[in-house]
Ligand binder design. Structure first.
Ligand code: HEM
Length: 401
């Protein structure tokens, strides 16, 4: 009866997706409550439909690995806006299913193998060292985002892809419009258009004169159209610096706010590999989660997800599931965080994850080594966090040393 099951009644009532983090890292407390009560729960979408939210680690991997769930954004209801997204642009394979997804992704896998990325390590070290000297040249303190966390991944993806880094202000400012939690269609449309024009010019130049970079390899080694090349380049350019930049800044922020963990890593830099995995898990910067659309009715956790329903997999909730990671709320760099879904899971699992790991390992250890007195220059709760952006992080990280 209603009276004997009050908790179930509340649980069944779809609510908007929980997004507000507490000061400043922890995923929303509502997610934990949902996971315990109903790991596959209903959420109310702004377009009036009811979607689903996955908060459990095993279910998250199930959904992300199941071909009955599509990544095509035009099939989905957004948990954040009543507007439906356009189909992916040609080459934008993040939002495609096989066989289109397979075709594009295959053209890039050779460029991002573990072996190839290992060979890139020396270059990541050079870029990091140079950026650390520029940071030091700021005097007694600086914004770590502007002078370190953003330039390192940005320089690396520019170099790999063949985009001139001198143009970084142009594409970084456009990226802001695209990464807003809720896009303003006019602003993001203009940003896409400007970036496409810019990349078209680059593609044409590479057709005329190939160089030693991914764009040239794609131009010469495939039959992709200009539109497809632009779409792939845009995906790599955007995915390649926003995410890692926010992870570098947030990882530093988290370590500076956990002095015990910071000391552990300072005393034994060989812990960095595990520390990076734990930071990826703990911070789970893909803020809203990974959305999928059911292509057919799917039975999951004793419920039926109807064809056409949108399921959002909460990366943050899955990565804090105590059944997988033990008491998972605290940051513990000695924990085994293997199996986290910070890079997703299944066919769309992050293509750039090895590069991101290398940048984070070298970046964080370099920073701690070069700046033994590194500390926050403002109280923890005054750091401007990116709750307005799709990728969680900080807008600025004022530090001193
Ligand atoms: C896909 C996270 C860095 C390129 C993804 C996905 C996640 C993710 C969660 C899967 C999205 C989904 O399933 O819907 C991250 C994080 C990063 C990072 C947390 C940094 C710490 C990078 C870098 C690059 C990159 C450095 C490029 C060099 C891509 C691409 C995809 C992707 C191309 C689409 C893969 C596909 O659809 O097959 N990333 N990423 N990422 N990432 Fe990353």
């Amino acid at each position: 009866t209603r009276e004997s099951h009050p908790a179930r009644d509340t649980a069944d009532e779809p609510r908007p997706i929980p997004l507000t983090r507490s000061c400043p890292f922890a995923p929303p407390a509502e997610l934990t409550a949902l996971r315990e009560r109903e790991p596959l729960s209903r959420i109310a979408n702004p377009d009036g439909t009811t979607g689903w939210l996955v908060t459990d680690h095993a279910l998250a991997r199930k959904v992300l690995g199941d071909p009955r769930f599509s990544a095509r954004q035009e099939l989905m209801s957004s948990p954040l806006t009543a507007r439906r997204a356009e189909p992916a642009m040609p080459g934008g394979f993040l939002f495609m299913d096989p066989p289109q997804h397979t075709r594009y992704r295959k053209l890039l896998t050779g460029q991002f193998t573990v072996r190839r990325m290992r060979r890139l390590e020396a270059r990541v070290e050079e870029v990091t060292e140079r950026q650390l000297s520029l940071l030091r040249a700021q005097g007694k303190g600086a914004d770590l985002v502007e002078h370190f966390a953003l330039p390192v991944p940005s320089l690396m993806i520019c170099e790999l892809l063949g985009v001139p880094y001198e143009d970084h202000e142009f594409f970084q400012s456009r990226a802001v419009a695209i990464f807003r939690l809720v896009q303003d269609p006019e602003e993001s449309g203009a940003a896409y258009a400007a970036l496409r024009t810019y990349l078209l010019d680059l593609v044409r130049r590479r057709r005329g004169e190939p160089a030693d970079d991914i764009l040239s390899d794609l131009v010469t080694g495939s039959d992709l159209t200009d539109d497809e090349l632009i779409g792939m380049a845009l995906l790599l350019l955007l995915a390649g610096h926003e995410t890692t930049a926010n992870m570098l800044a947030m990882a530093t922020f988290a370590l500076l706010s956990h002095p015990g963990q910071l000391t552990l890593l300072r005393e034994d830099p060989s812990l960095i590999g595990g520390a990076v995995e734990e930071l990826l898990r703990y911070l789970s910067i893909m803020h809203v989660g990974l959305p999928r659309a059911a292509l057919e009715d799917v039975e999951l956790a004793d419920r039926v997800i109807a064809q056409g329903d949108t399921v959002t997999v909460s990366v943050a909730a899955a990565n804090h599931d105590p059944r997988k990671f033990g008491p998972a709320d605290g940051l513990d760099i000695t924990r085994s965080a293997t199996g986290h879904v910070a890079f997703g899971h299944g066919i769309h699992q992050c293509l750039g994850q090895q590069l991101a790991r290398i940048e984070m390992r070298i970046g964080i250890n370099g920073l701690l080594r070069e700046f033994p007195g590194l500390r926050l220059d403002v109280p923890v709760c005054e750091v401007p966090v990116r709750s307005d952006m799709g990728v969680f992080g900080v807008h600025r990280l004022p530090v001193t040393w």
